[in-house]
Design a protein around this ligand. Structure first.
Ligand SMILES: [Fe+2]
Ligand SMILES: [Fe+2]
Length: 196
């Protein structure tokens, strides 16, 4: 078993070596946002930090390299040619294989950081939203999402999922089933909470 701080150091060393300057800034932005959200919502800050450091570790690899990983790790062939989705699934495999991460919550938070999924844990929601609102993000509506994120995490996830679904639709691409299921699952969770 590798100690958490060693894993953190190994991840930072990898990020510093392998990622572009802008991806490094984004990653460290997600780390600070994820830690702030974890503190705010009473989640494990160490796990949030490791998941945030891990989430985009293969994002800068060329498409051919990612496609090779999809085959090597026996991931669904629909990920071939789709780096937007595959980088999350591959990162989840790499952190298990190369960094000794065994915590399933961290692994799932990395694996579902682009799509979300039904039944997201608190950590998964935190990483999903931290990725969308980290300080370097500047798209229209990001400030509104930042405010919602610290008031109601489910509502923020629903809004971010809607943004993603609309963006993918407007580009004529295929919307991942997990995103649609995640949105309806979170809406149902919110309705249940409001009824109590
Ligand atoms: Fe990503
Ligand atoms: Fe990211």
């Amino acid at each position: 078993m590798i100690m958490a701080d060693t894993v953190k150091d190994l991840l930072i060393e990898y990020i510093e070596r392998e990622l572009s300057e802008s991806r490094k800034q984004h990653t460290y932005g997600v780390v600070s946002e994820a830690k702030a959200l974890a503190k705010h919502y009473g989640a494990d800050c160490k796990k949030a930090e490791l998941a945030a450091l891990s989430h985009d570790i293969v994002r800068d690899k060329p498409q051919e390299v990612l496609d090779d990983y999809v085959k090597k790790f026996n991931l669904d062939t629909s990920y071939i040619g789709n780096s937007n989705l595959s980088h999350a699934k591959i990162a989840a495999e790499i952190i298990k294989r190369d960094f000794g991460i065994v915590d399933t919550d961290i692994i799932n938070a990395v694996s579902y950081h682009t799509t979300g999924r039904p039944g997201m844990s608190l950590l998964e929601k935190i990483i999903f939203i931290a990725d969308a609102i980290e300080p370097g993000r500047t798209y229209p509506g990001v400030d509104e999402l930042r405010n919602i994120a610290y008031e109601n995490l489910n509502k923020a996830c629903i809004k971010a999922l809607e943004n993603n679904i609309n963006y993918v639709n407007s580009h004529g691409s295929y919307v991942d089933r997990d995103s649609i299921l995640a949105k309806y699952d979170l809406m149902a969770e919110e309705r249940r909470l409001n009824e109590q």
